[in-house]
Design a protein around this ligand. Structure first.
Ligand code: 3PG
Length: 406
């Protein structure tokens, strides 16, 4: 029994369901067009199920942050959702005003309405408890028109925002299918990982890598942490390597050097669990050239892990029973430097282990390599996934559990 309610616990026939999804998508800054509709497709399945069960579906979602270029209305999202579902999706340029309220009241069973970008509500992003947020205008105006709140937005569950937690204090509240699936997959690797369990951490942002590694090693979740990408570079520095001017400067500019002391300490505690690259690929005149870390420092930028590292990591992956893959091994967008990412991702795809893949660039790399189908679970979440992997409680999930208790 999960400790929150799901779609199976509620009769949706002729009921108005307020459904919080995460449609936040990458937007082309020139054309304002949605570049990737993955999130719309996955939440589309939850919405389809609800309307097939007879619900009147009212959808709440956000896009971007106020003041940023990707903060746009949700008209396009409604059109794309309509295409995904092959059903008309109504859209109003309003969140909880008269137009929105009138349209909700007129909805019939099986109809779908997408309200406008919920972050257009000034207090949406204010942090608060479910009780505090339930007093906000957004909740006060919409909750009386709904019978049930469905939170499907796992990717926004790390935000204690009004539309994420507020309705759980005043409406029966349940998890949507995406929320349910994400929690099941993540809980499987964090609570009962089949051993050996390997975490592969890569990508261009090292900020959270220390906290994740510390959490999964100290709690006996991971047996190995394999590092690549910029994360690998910071771990190499913590091991005492001088990566050479361009690479050290890059780490300083990105403010990543502050992690070094903490990583050093963690490596002393878990000397055999943490792996760093033994060789790398650098760019010389636009070409790939490999060098062992024993040859450091290098005057050239490091863009990938090398062949020996791939061999070493592939062997560890081959023995694994659970794998968490977050982040590419290098600058995979450059053809000469896709090799490390491709080979490690291929090894994960070929493994029999339960493989969980997540994080914006990771999913993009998995899609680009055509490996999405081979992975056990591909998460659509970014920040929420990272916070979950660091052992943090997500307010959106806590609120659903609390609602189930009451
Ligand atoms: C995400 O894409 O991680 C979520 O939609 C949350 O977006 P935010 O970081 O702007 O709150």
């Amino acid at each position: 029994m999960p400790d929150f309610l799901t779609i199976d616990d509620f009769n949706f026939k002729d009921k108005t369901a307020l459904i919080r999804v995460d449609f936040n998508s990458p937007i082309d800054p020139e054309t304002n067009k949605i570049l990737d509709d993955t999130r719309i497709r996955v939440h589309g399945e939850t919405i389809r199920e609800l309307v097939e069960k007879g619900a009147k579906a009212v959808i709440l979602a956000h896009q971007g942050r106020p003041g940023e270029p990707d903060f746009i209305p949700l008209k396009q999202h409604a059109e794309l959702l309509g295409k995904v579902l092959s059903k008309p999706v109504k859209y109003v340029n309003d969140i909880f005003g008269e137009t929105a309220q009138k349209t909700i009241k007129k909805l019939k069973s099986g109809e779908i309405l997408l309200l406008d970008n919920v972050r257009g509500f000034l207090n949406e992003r204010k942090k608060g408890t479910p009780q505090e947020h339930s007093k906000q205008e957004l909740v006060q105006r919409l909750a009386p028109l709904a019978d049930v709140f469905v939170n499907d937005a796992f990717a926004a569950a790390h935000r204690a925002h009004a539309s994420v937690v507020g309705f759980t204090a005043v409406l029966p509240s349940i998890a949507g299918r995406v929320m349910e699936r994400e929690l099941k997959a993540l809980t499987k690797v964090l609570e009962t990982p089949e051993k050996p369990c390997v975490f592969i951490l890569g990508g261009a942002k090292a900020d959270d890598s220390l906290d994740i590694s510390r959490y999964v090693l100290m709690n006996n979740i991971a047996d190995h942490v394999l590092t690549g990408g910029v994360i690998g570079h910071v771990f190499l520095v913590a091991k005492g390597f001088d990566l050479g001017k361009p690479n050290m400067k890059f780490l300083e500019k990105k403010g990543q050097m502050g992690l070094v002391l903490g990583i050093e300490e963690l490596m002393r505690r878990y000397p055999r669990a943490i792996e760093v690259p033994v060789d790398v690929a650098v760019e010389i005149d636009g070409k790939r050239k490999e060098c062992a870390v024993s040859e450091f420092p290098t005057e050239h930028p490091i863009y990938d892990i090398g062949t020996e590292t791939v061999k070493k990591y592939t062997e560890i992956v081959g023995e694994a029973k659970s794998i968490v893959l977050s982040g590419p091994m290098g600058v995979f967008e450059k053809r000469e430097f896709v090799k490390g990412t491709k080979e490690i991702f291929n090894a994960v795809a070929a493994s029999e282990a339960f493989s969980l893949v997540g994080g914006g660039h990771t999913v993009a790399a998995v899609e680009a390599l055509g490996l999405a189908e081979e992975m056990s679970y591909v998460s659509t979440a970014g920040g929420a996934l990272i916070e979950f992997l660091m052992g943090k409680q997500l307010p959106g999930v806590v609120a659903l559990k609390k609602a189930a208790e009451t």
